[in-house]
Design a protein around this ligand. Structure first.
Ligand SMILES: Cc1cc2nc3c(=O)[nH]c(=O)nc-3n(C[C@H](O)[C@H](O)[C@H](O)COP(=O)(O)OP(=O)(O)OC[C@H]3O[C@@H](n4cnc5c(N)ncnc54)[C@H](O)[C@@H]3O)c2cc1C
Length: 298
């Protein structure tokens, strides 16, 4: 067996787990494809001692801390398959490398797919944002909109109107809000626009105008978006664990999946996508993996 634990995904959740396992003198391999979901974000917020830092600086500092522990190894690359074996797990990389371990931790994050509208991808993570706790304060009191419809638009607008009184909901087609919701939103001076959106005009990712199919434009500082989320790879099929209805990996409070010996942490297991929550889940997974190894060996 090459390692006690293989961690697939070496961003915030994976590194947090590697720190705990490294400090427990476990032989750990971290495999990382270097594609964290926040890589386009200029500044990360709401993470104590790092508020306003560049995400790449936070992860570089984290990696340097973790690699001080001599039993932790880090390889850059993409894991393309993971299998349960009689002794544990075997993992294949795209570059044909192959490793085995007793336990497996998935910290692979989530893939975000944006609505296919011109200019939106360039604005993503800069002025097209997903979370008021991460980026809302920076655009407070500015003119902002939600590119959302129905129940989600209603719930999100409650949150955003705390920071932005000039708020518009772009349903991008027929509104799916109920009459009661529409009346409530209007009573809060929240505008609902059903016109089809064809473009987000921007300068270097900083939003300037939303352009509608009818030719009208709306000047905006930021747009809140809800991307579609999916898992990066079909590890659920390969390893036989369950996803929830929300397409995240089903884990218990100890970050155990429904497959024996397979743990998961970070964004791939939760929609509460925030560095503090994600790093905590990595720590929890590591403690529980270590506990399982101790009880097998003691
Ligand atoms: C645009 C945006 C902005 C954000 N801003 C903030 C913020 O300001 N403050 C905050 O607290 N939170 C913020 N978040 C949330 C935060 O970034 C995430 O919660 C956090 O990055 C999740 O960490 P993770 O380790 O679970 O996944 P990720 O950081 O997404 O990393 C997953 C890693 O796994 C790797 N990987 C995936 N599959 C494989 C594979 N098969 N083989 C090898 N490696 C693989 C990826 O390449 C990647 O490096 C933001 C999120 C987004 C999307």
């Amino acid at each position: 067996m090459d390692f006690d634990v293989i961690i697939i995904g070496g961003s915030y959740a994976g590194l947090s787990a590697a720190l705990t396992l490294g400090r427990s003198t476990r032989n750990v391999l971290v495999i990382d494809a270097s594609e964290p979901c926040n890589k386009q974000t200029p500044h990360s917020h709401n993470f104590l001692t790092h508020d306003g830092d560049r995400p790449a600086d936070i992860s570089a500092a984290a990696k340097a801390e973790v690699l001080k522990y001599p039993t932790v190894k880090f390889v850059e690359g993409k894991a393309i398959s993971a299998k349960q074996t009689e002794q544990g797990f075997s993992v294949d990389l795209e570059n044909s490398e192959h490793f085995t371990s007793r336990k497996l931790l998935l910290a692979t994050g989530l893939k975000d797919t944006l609505p296919d509208i011109k200019g939106l991808a360039a604005c993503w993570a800069i002025s097209a944002i997903h979370c008021p706790y991460c980026h809302g304060f920076e655009v407070k009191n500015e003119k902002v909109a939600l590119l959302m419809n129905g129940e989600h638009a209603f719930e999100m607008s409650k949150n955003i109107q705390l920071l932005n009184k000039d708020l518009t909901i772009l349903t991008n087609g027929k509104s799916e809000l109920t009459d009661v919701q529409t009346e409530k939103l209007r009573s809060k001076s929240i505008t609902i626009v059903e016109d089809e959106v064809v473009e987000f005009e921007h300068r270097d990712g900083y939003l300037e105008n939303v352009v509608f199919k009818n030719g009208k434009k709306l000047a905006l500082k930021a747009i809140y978006v809800k991307p579609e989320i999916t898992q990066h790879l079909n590890f659920d099929k390969q390893l036989g664990f369950e996803l929830t209805d929300l397409k995240i990996i089903k884990v218990n409070e100890q970050q155990q999946t429904t497959a024996k010996g397979v743990y998961a942490a970070g964004d791939c297991t939760t929609l509460f996508r925030s560095l503090s929550i994600i790093t905590a889940s990595g720590t929890m997974a590591a403690v529980m993996i270590n506990k399982e190894l101790i009880s097998e060996d003691f």
